[in-house]
Design a protein around this ligand. Structure first.
Ligand code: NCD
Ligand code: ZN
Length: 345
């Protein structure tokens, strides 16, 4: 049995950190495990301009604990008003690494998203031209479609037609949750990749209902059947460069999770790298963690691989019940439980 593993400092390619007091609480957790993270733009209001992204980056840098080396990689929010001109400027700016597309109404803070894909064709073509990656929250929003089928339908109804109409567009399917998505990504050319969360690798949909309804296991895309979880584990641990780490850690105040009509989002940042290590260890694939947790994503985005290393030690570690921010608290994944690994530095 392996007791420790040292890997190149990893990158989280899909992270929600919010702003203000929440940001100050959650950011150190990610900075403790990762050297960089791709920051999602679904703030209220969303990050739609380069100026807003610069201001957000500044806020993140100020919230970092002293002597912490951490690089926020910024993204823009795709609204119907996003122009080709902004894409060109974003591409030249060096600060914007991707544009995130939420189908309008698909998830938390997605009201400003897109619902007319024909109308954004010109912008997508400029993204293909400039090499700016499009990140998609891959779920259809049609209320008539079963919530467990929304990802598979998105591939058929939206993603495949868009990719056919805009050849060369680099796309990351974010937080994939189904066997259909794994198969679609594997069958596609090198312009398509996908991130996978720790919670979708560890849980199937039963986890939402075990011993009562558990709002802390509710996220979007929603947890799926066991056979889908197994397909995700196989993809993540396969060594394929098309899959990489994106935790989708999404903190919400406790009261907005534990209530009628609670928010979607699971807060994994306190231990996400260690959670991934559990999955890879179980699959006897710890030697593939480094590629998944940094190299594959950096190579896809064409950004430098992180310098430095992180060592994980196999040691049962307690996860606190909650973390305070202001008057409120955020409840982490496995609150009050344990994770099998610890970051040693
Ligand atoms: C995310 C959030 O809370 O911002 N929630 C989630 O369930 N994953 C939004 C998202 O990525 O869908
Ligand atoms: Zn997300």
């Amino acid at each position: 049995m392996q007791h420790a593993i040292t890997i190149s400092t990893p990158i989280d390619f899909h992270l929600h950190i919010r702003s203000g007091r929440m940001l100050k609480t959650v950011l150190p957790h990610t900075a403790n495990e990762y050297g960089a993270a791709l920051i999602m733009p679904n703030l209220k209001p969303p990050v739609t301009s380069i100026g807003q992204a610069e201001a957000f980056k500044k806020e993140i840098m100020q919230a970092l604990p002293e002597d912490t080396a951490f690089t926020p990689l910024m993204s823009l929010y795709f609204t119907r008003n996003l122009t080709s001109q902004t894409i060109r400027e974003a591409s030249a700016s060096g600060i914007i690494k991707a544009v995130k597309l939420y189908p309008a109404g698909a998830t938390t803070n997605s009201d400003s998203g897109v619902n007319d894909y024909e109308g954004i064709r010109g912008t997508l073509e400029t993204m293909a031209e400039t090499g700016m990656p499009l990140l998609v929250h891959g779920e259809v929003t049609d209320k008539a479609v079963d919530v467990f089928d929304r990802e598979a339908r998105f591939i058929e109804d939206i993603l495949e037609p868009v990719r056919r109409q805009v050849p060369g567009l680099k796309v990351v399917m974010e937080h994939i949750t189904t066997k259909e998505a794994v198969q679609y990504v594997l069958a596609a050319d090198e312009t398509l990749a996908a991130t996978i969360t720790a919670h979708h690798l560890l849980l199937n949909r039963n986890a939402m209902f075990q011993g009562g309804m558990n709002p802390h296991h509710y996220c979007l895309p929603i947890l799926k059947r066991e056979r889908h979880r197994e397909a995700l584990v196989k993809a993540a641990t396969s060594g394929s460069k098309k899959f990489f780490l994106g935790s989708d850690s999404a903190p919400h105040p406790k009261g907005e999770k534990e209530c009628a009509c609670g928010c979607a989002g699971i807060y994994t940042a306190y231990s996400s790298l260690c959670l991934y290590a559990e999955v890879f260890e179980k699959e006897n694939a710890l030697d593939r963690l480094e590629g998944f947790a940094g190299f594959h994503g950096a190579d896809f985005y064409g950004i430098p691989r992180n310098k430095g290393t992180v060592t994980l030690v196999k040691e049962e570690t307690i996860i606190p019940d909650s973390f305070t921010f202001g008057e409120d608290v955020v409840v982490p994944f496995r609150s009050g439980g344990t994770v099998g690994w610890r970051v040693a530095g």
